[in-house]
Ligand binder design. Sequence first.
Ligand SMILES: CC(C)(COP(=O)(O)OP(=O)(O)OC[C@H]1O[C@@H](n2cnc3c(N)ncnc32)[C@H](O)[C@@H]1OP(=O)(O)O)[C@@H](O)C(=O)NCCC(=O)NCCS
Length: 206
Amino acid sequence: MTAARAAYSPGVIAQRLEITSARLRMVLYGPEQAWSLCDHVVRNDVHLARWSPPHPEGYLTEAYWEARGKRNLDDAEAGRAFRFAIRWRDEPHGPVLGLLSLTDVARGAQQWANLGYGLDEREQGKGIMTEAVRAACAWAFTEQRLHRISASYMPGNERSGRVLRRAGFAVYGYARDYLFINGAWRDHLLAALVDPRELDPGARGV
Ligand SMILES: CC(C)(COP(=O)(O)OP(=O)(O)OC[C@H]1O[C@@H](n2cnc3c(N)ncnc32)[C@H](O)[C@@H]1OP(=O)(O)O)[C@@H](O)C(=O)NCCC(=O)NCCS
């Protein structure tokens, strides 16, 4: 445990949150990971620009990621959002491969979250994001007991569409001018995945 982490003491949930899959380890990031997160976004700024909203102020600085890491732990603690840094499973201190988030968690009658992700340009084409999305959704359904996860992608982002399709998502709509991405309001395809165990209510204990 680093000094930064020891000094900041969120509750047990946020401290321990980690999802592993065959090749990957996804850790709920905190302020102690500011350097590696900043390194990831700086290296991939051009690659991700086409698919990203405008940067908040200071986005490409370590100070920004330190503050965001703290907020991330608070959000997880409150059950509002869960944002993970993806690394190779056997390289826990290696570079960040990508980021994956489950945000806008809605409880009550909804039990929903929104999925977002982005991968290091050099790591594309290895099946990383499909594996990460599958593992994160399984975790959200089992551990968070969510019912539905939604995601959206621009019609030109076929690669992202294939990730979602491989992970079981179904496209259910088309939204005009849905998100402000890369300097303009962009149309998006809307996709969602419902907990597959809903087909077998017994598996959920209901
Ligand atoms: C979209 C994005 C996340 C895809 O990441 P990825 O890891 O390359 O996606 P996948 O996990 O599906 O892997 C892609 C390819 O790897 C291949 N692959 C290679 N090894 C594999 C393995 N061991 N297992 C599975 N697939 C493998 C797959 O066949 C797949 O090929 P295809 O896309 O031509 O069908 C990435 O391109 C990205 O970050 N893009 C910019 C940001 C972005 O678009 N974000 C989403 C906005 S909605």
